[in-house]
Design a protein around this ligand. Structure first.
Ligand SMILES: Nc1ncnc2c1ncn2[C@@H]1O[C@H](COP(=O)(O)OP(=O)(O)OP(=O)(O)O)[C@@H](O)[C@H]1O
Ligand SMILES: [Mg+2]
Length: 158
């Protein structure tokens, strides 16, 4: 299937994508975020979390803590693999506990570093800076579960 490409010209557009994801992603979904430093991975998680009722300031980069948990309309787990040395170190965090929570939404920053540890069913999101305030988001479902969700997102975001 074709990926969904969403061109965000500014932060407001990124917030719109975040709201759409908050509405469309079924509980239990894992989102794998990939993109360079400062591309907007944390910013997108903030947008989703805010849309689910988490106060804006609560969502910060989990680079040092590695995992944050926010309680919004559903639990949001926010993981960061930037400082993870290898798969074993990531697995020590017990990520399956988060991936397997049927009520939760899990976001993994620097997901490409721990790709082999991620659920087989997930949404991959690549973020490419295209300007100082613009970002290209490329969304791809991995596995069959989220294929319909992506089609719905395509309609909502076009
Ligand atoms: N359209 C946009 N969408 C997202 N972020 C944007 C946009 N325009 C500008 N920015 C800025 O880009 C930066 C993104 O920072 P953010 O912390 O989200 O990046 P990150 O990918 O999580 O980086 P890191 O790899 O360090 O965790 C913020 O300063 C944000 O304000
Ligand atoms: Mg970040």
């Amino acid at each position: 299937m074709n990926p969904l490409i969403f061109e965000a010209d500014n932060l407001e557009a990124t917030d719109r994508l975040g709201r759409a994801l908050a509405q469309a992603l079924p509980p239990g979904t894992t989102v794998a975020l990939r993109g360079t430093l400062g591309s907007g991975k944390t910013r997108l998680v903030q947008a989703v979390a805010e849309s689910l009722g988490v106060p804006a300031g609560e969502v910060v980069s989990p680079t040092f803590v590695l995992i944050h948990e926010y309680q919004g309309a559903r639990p949001i787990y926010h993981l960061d693999a930037y400082r993870i040395a290898d798969d074993d170190e990531f697995l020590e965090l017990g990520p399956d506990e988060y991936f397997d929570d049927p009520q939760g939404l899990t976001f993994v920053e620097w997901a490409d570093r721990v790709e082999r540890c991620l659920p087989r069913q997930r949404l991959d999101v690549d973020i490419d800076p295209t300007g100082s305030t613009s970002r290209r988001f490329t969304l791809r479902p991995v596995g069959q579960t989220l294929v319909d969700v992506l089609e719905r997102l395509r309609e909502v975001l076009h």
